[in-house]
Ligand binder design. Structure first.
Ligand SMILES: Nc1ncnc2c1ncn2[C@@H]1O[C@H](COP(=O)(O)OP(=O)(O)OP(=O)(O)O)[C@@H](O)[C@H]1O
Ligand SMILES: [Mg+2]
Length: 305
């Protein structure tokens, strides 16, 4: 079942003497329970899209719907069933995390505030920080607080605008596993990110957006087949340079690091003759194994196309 449907959505801004086409006829849909990743460089239009879905901005043309309701005209009804975590500003300096969550319950007119506050503190692992002022949180705790705020109305749809930006490796990993848990609980999630690893790990489907247009959309394996139809082997060798010379004419592409090569083959069957060739050369090899291309490889390829 489709929960989010975006059709031919366009939005233009005027800034100084410039006209910026932030969204250009964007189309996509998200199914119930799906994690959908919107990936794109700075200024691609990700936040504009989320702002329209929240009813904060009005599109010039096209429409966004959630639960079959119009995001522009019926945002009041939609807000009861969705929530957003974005940025970390506008948090009051005076109140503790717990107090703020009670405040959001009040703003939403929610029943059972105590139970809701407990649940959202628990889901984000913030129970022991409840008495601290949210404004004093580190960026990792701050991001978690934003998500606990976004969970307060037990939303069916969560919009997460760059949830892990600026976090250290451990905090980002903790937040990613939290997002996976939310997916397991049946939430439908739209997340924007610049981080390929994050998109690969969390998203059922990915859309790549650039200059306001969605360039491609699909599962990682769909996109891999279409844009990255290669087999990749990683070869570790102390003689990586010699090996590169030997193989350069027989493979599609080579990426070299200090002690290893990543080689790109057109077909899996190309591997056997290549390995024979390496064995015959006498070059010392420590290991050869197949690797999945990274989402980054795909992203670079699509963005350049
Ligand atoms: N209120 C505004 N007034 C004028 N231009 C705007 C406004 N909001 C966004 N833009 C422009 O629209 C384009 C899309 O911006 P948007 O914030 O949606 O990008 P983004 O993909 O979220 O980027 P980032 O990854 O940096 O967050 C950019 O060129 C931006 O400068
Ligand atoms: Mg943005």
């Amino acid at each position: 079942m489709e929960i989010v449907s975006v059709k031919k959505l366009s939005k233009t801004f005027t800034s100084g003497s410039d006209t910026v086409r932030a969204l250009n006829s964007v189309d996509f849909s998200i199914k119930k329970g799906e994690v959908f990743g919107l990936l794109g460089p700075n200024g691609a239009g990700k936040t504009t899209l989320i702002s329209i879905m929240c009813g904060f901005l009005t599109p010039d043309s096209g429409k966004a719907e959630m639960f079959g309701l119009d995001c522009t005209r019926e945002s009041g009804k939609i807000r009861k069933r969705m929530n957003l975590a974005s940025g970390f500003s506008g948090i009051s300096d005076y109140f503790t995390a717990e107090e703020l969550l009670y405040f959001f319950c009040m703003l939403y007119g929610l029943d059972n505030p105590k139970e809701r506050v407990e649940k959202s503190l628990k889901l984000t692992g913030l129970e022991k920080y409840r008495k601290r002022r949210a404004a004093d949180f580190s960026s990792g705790l701050g991001r978690r607080f934003l998500i606990s705020k976004a969970l307060i109305n037990d939303p069916e749809v969560l919009l997460l605008d760059e949830p892990t930006v600026g976090l250290d490796v451990d905090s980002a990993a903790a937040l990613r596993s939290m997002i996976s848990e939310l997916k397991n609980k049946g939430k439908t999630i739209l997340l924007t990110t610049h981080n390929m690893k994050e998109a690969g790990e969390l998203c059922d489907r990915i859309a790549l957006i650039r200059n306001g247009s969605i360039i491609v959309c699909g599962t990682f394996s769909d996109l891999r087949k279409k844009f990255f139809p290669y087999e990749v082997l990683k070869i570790q060798s102390p003689d990586a340079e010699k090996l590169e010379k030997l193989l350069s004419k027989s493979v599609v592409r080579i990426k070299k690091t200090a002690n290893s090569l990543k080689i790109y083959l057109k077909h899996p069957k190309d591997a056997a003759p290549l390995i024979k060739k390496i064995a015959a050369s006498g070059i010392e090899i420590r290991s050869i194994y197949p690797v999945e291309p990274e989402l980054e490889d795909l992203y670079t390829r699509v963005m350049r196309s």
